[in-house]
Design a protein around this ligand. Structure first.
Ligand SMILES: Cc1cc2nc3c(=O)[nH]c(=O)nc-3n(C[C@H](O)[C@H](O)[C@H](O)COP(=O)(O)OP(=O)(O)OC[C@H]3O[C@@H](n4cnc5c(N)ncnc54)[C@H](O)[C@@H]3O)c2cc1C
Length: 379
């Protein structure tokens, strides 16, 4: 629909900062930026009626990585880099909880557990616990973060520092917070492309044109926070990765209380507590069962992965989820080749913060702050 004069001179009028993407990263960029520049016009443009990537479609783990996952990371990066990764996750969780408050985000300090079904893998991880604990302590100050034990008959590694959140309530709280500061949150705004103005090299005059289907918003600065969808707007190495989740009906007996990891973090499950105290099982992941099939922008369920998850719930968790499914959905993550988020100033006017590589609940706030600070946009 062609915009009216009124729309062109209000909603579509020039802005100081346009944030593209209304998930945790985009909203926290808007939050920190607006706090630093209260008189500037800040917009968040979100293509969905609700954020439609990962933030309100995830598993809600407030975690920093299981031992087997950190071991796998150490095979592709140095131990110190992995230690810094854990530290960033812990800083991010701290920011998330401090900025929004535990009650608003439904935080539960339930602890995390990694279970093992194969003794060889367990022994390998159990042997690494001391080394991983030393690494975590050196980078974060947390002593003895991981501890070996047993859970429901399986060898396990516990981490008391982990917790769970209610992702929907977290996002509501964050949106309310940014809007209270005066940020304009505009859902249903699909950005088709961004173009730099001709005065690209004149910092005072340079602008970015944010192209929507029927209108253009001109901005002094743009932050792209579209995570798994980033390669649709920019030529950057972020791959989409779909993730599946199944939630069962309330259970009479639910032994799996807390957040749980399996197989290097590819599989995850947790309890979900309803308003009336009823407990459900949430189970998701297993992307490694069909990595190619899950490298997609298409919404939907992968039958092969779904079957794998249902069998896992029956055979390993001893919960017959198949007959008691309440909900199933998918969401989209964005992975970079080294699983490190991509924080980059592409030009003095364009900042990109994407590729949160499946851990955005933990790092969303932190990478937003870090990227703005490094770009000099908080001054
Ligand atoms: C199934 C699943 C389970 C997960 N579980 C966990 C977990 O337990 N713990 C954890 O830490 N992390 C988890 N994650 C990862 C975490 O949810 C993400 O890393 C995080 O939400 C990324 O936040 P974001 O704001 O960067 O991206 P997103 O939340 O994906 O937000 C990007 C937004 O950009 C919008 N957008 C895209 N293109 C455009 C465009 N052209 N114009 C306008 N808007 C656009 C999208 O609609 C989307 O809302 C999970 C992810 C999935 C999918």
């Amino acid at each position: 629909m062609k915009p009216s004069y009124w729309e062109l001179t209000s909603t579509y009028a020039p802005a100081d900062l346009v944030v593209i993407g209304g998930g945790i990263t985009g909203a926290s960029i808007a939050y920190y930026y607006k706090m630093a520049h209260p008189s500037e016009r800040v917009l968040i443009l979100e293509k969905g009626s609700l954020p439609s990537g990962a933030t309100t479609r995830n598993a809600g783990f407030a975690c920093f990585g299981s031992v087997s996952e950190l071991q796998a990371d150490m095979e592709i990066s140095s131990a110190d880099r992995v230690g810094e990764k854990v530290a960033r996750r812990i800083r991010g969780l701290r920011r998330l909880r401090e900025e929004l408050g535990d009650e608003a985000i439904g935080y539960e300090a339930c602890g995390g557990t990694e279970i093992f079904t194969d003794s060889k893998t367990f022994e390998r991880s159990a042997k690494a616990v001391e080394e991983v604990n030393r690494l975590v302590e050196r980078h974060t100050g947390f002593k003895n973060a991981f501890r070996v034990g047993e859970f429901e008959g399986y060898p396990a590694i516990f981490c008391v520092e982990e917790g769970a959140i209610h992702s929907g309530r977290m996002m509501q709280a964050l949106h309310q917070k940014v809007m209270a500061l005066g940020v304009e949150y505009l859902p249903g705004m699909h950005v088709e492309r961004i173009e730099a103005s001709r005065e690209e090299n004149n910092a005072q005059k340079a602008r970015v044109h944010v192209k929507l289907a029927d209108a253009t918003i001109t901005a002094r600065r743009v932050a792209v926070a579209t995570n798994g969808f980033a390669s649709k707007l920019l030529d950057i190495p972020v791959q989409p990765a779909r993730g599946q989740i199944i939630v069962g009906k309330p259970l009479e007996k639910m032994p799996w209380k807390g957040v749980f990891h399996y197989n290097e973090g590819y599989v995850y499950f947790r309890h979900v507590k309803g308003e009336d105290g009823e407990l459900r099982l949430l189970l998701g992941g297993a992307r490694d069962v069909d990595p190619e099939g899950e490298t997609t922008f298409e919404e939907g369920q992968n039958p092969q992965i779904r079957e794998w998850l249902l069998r896992f719930s029956e055979e390993v968790l001893h919960i017959p989820l198949r007959e008691k499914i309440e909900l199933e959905w998918s969401g989209f993550m964005g992975f970079t080749p080294d699983k490190e988020p991509l924080l980059k100033l592409l030009s003095p006017q364009t900042l990109v913060v994407t590729g949160l590589s499946g851990i955005g609940v933990s790092i969303g706030f932190e990478v937003a702050y870090e990227a703005l600070e490094n770009a000099g946009w908080l001054r």
